[in-house]
Design a protein around this ligand. Structure first.
Ligand code: ZN
Ligand code: ZN
Length: 342
């Protein structure tokens, strides 16, 4: 089968490799669409903390079931269109024993720790399959994995109706957090993004935006909150300047979350967190229940909220390097999806 293999950092090549052979618990999936994620780029540039090469990347996968395990009698059938939760936890480490399967010490993410969806076929444990409605278009369903994380982010930050929210970064992650924050009843949600087409996309989804190069985020904070600061501040940009400003934008006793999983260090003034009694909250992945809740949210709301607009670029597998480089240099508008048949 055709697959995009990351041979070394920044070096991806289209190769012919064997179709994966499923073990006794796994389904073989024919990939229909594969989403490019920021964490793929973290691996691509050699910045991921646990990834190795060679590897077929991609954990955002929509496909059809090609084969099921012998004797399988669960709810799925061959030919069915599915999404998949890419998280495999060990069930035995200290984190798993506490029920924290999404931060398992031995966690394997499909498409980072084993071969994923930038290929014609992939395989996954049948317990990780997620059913989708027949009338749910491929181009929207492929957002299921990011929206699963959106549900987890809302749970982690315990967003309350009436909260004021600030998000730096208005690509896929910033947008799904903003969409969920509004759905959870936030009174004002401000998306800060320097890229004009991204601000236009956010505005077309009914979101309030600022260009932080033109509008001082501190001035905007004073206008929105009366000067006290936002209840919840998210960083989806990964930019040092944005992360350092989070403590100034957050209210005393407020909450802040960085969505970055970068392994690169920079100086951060922890004293400001203490001084304002800000709660800093981590975030990674989702549970199976949250994954299913994210998919249901998309199914229920994509039409009314025009969430199909978030998929902005569709490329073939032969253009994978272009796709990865677009993400690396911030030239993508929002979500890039890959068609493995092209
Ligand atoms: Zn992702
Ligand atoms: Zn574990």
């Amino acid at each position: 089968m055709k697959a995009a293999v990351l041979k070394s950092w920044l070096n991806v090549e289209l190769e012919d490799i064997p179709v994966p052979v499923p073990n006794e618990n796994e389904a073989l999936i024919k990939v229909k669409l594969a989403g490019v994620c920021g964490s793929d780029i973290n691996v691509y540039r050699g910045g991921h903390m646990t990834a190795t090469v060679p590897r077929v990347l991609c954990h955002e996968i929509l496909g059809t079931i090609e084969t099921l395990p012998a004797g399988y009698d669960g709810p799925f059938h061959v030919g069915q269109r599915v999404l998949m939760n890419p998280v495999t936890s060990c069930g035995e480490c200290a984190a798993c024993k506490r029920g924290l399967y999404n931060v398992c010490e031995n966690l394997k993410l499909h498409g980072i720790h084993n071969d994923g969806g930038f290929a014609e076929y992939t395989k996954i444990n049948v317990e990780r399959l997620v059913a989708i409605d027949d009338d749910f278009p491929d181009e929207v369903a492929i957002l299921g994995e990011p929206f699963a994380n959106g549900v987890h982010v809302m749970h982690r930050t315990d967003l309350q109706p009436g909260d004021t929210v600030y998000i730096s970064g208005g690509a896929t992650v910033g947008l799904y957090i903003a969409i969920f924050a509004k759905a959870y009843g936030a009174s004002r949600v401000i998306v800060s993004e320097i890229n004009e087409p991204r601000r236009q996309l956010a505005a077309s989804l009914g979101l309030e935006t600022i260009n932080p190069l033109e509008t001082d985020p501190m001035d905007k904070m004073r206008e929105v909150t009366g000067g006290g600061g936002y209840d919840v501040v998210y960083d989806a940009s990964g930019a040092e300047v944005c992360v350092l400003q989070m403590t100034d934008l957050c209210r005393c006793g407020g909450k802040m979350m960085s969505l970055s999983h970068s392994g690169s260090p920079f100086k951060f003034m922890l004293g400001k967190v203490s001084f304002k009694e800000i709660t800093v909250i981590g975030n990674r992945l989702y549970s199976q229940e949250e994954f299913e809740a994210g998919v249901r949210f998309l199914e229920d709301n994509w039409k009314e909220m025009h969430l199909d607009r978030m998929v902005t670029d569709r490329l073939g597998l032969s253009e994978i390097k272009t796709a990865l480089d677009m993400m690396l240099t911030g030239k993508n508008l929002c979500k890039i999806i890959i068609d493995p048949t092209k």
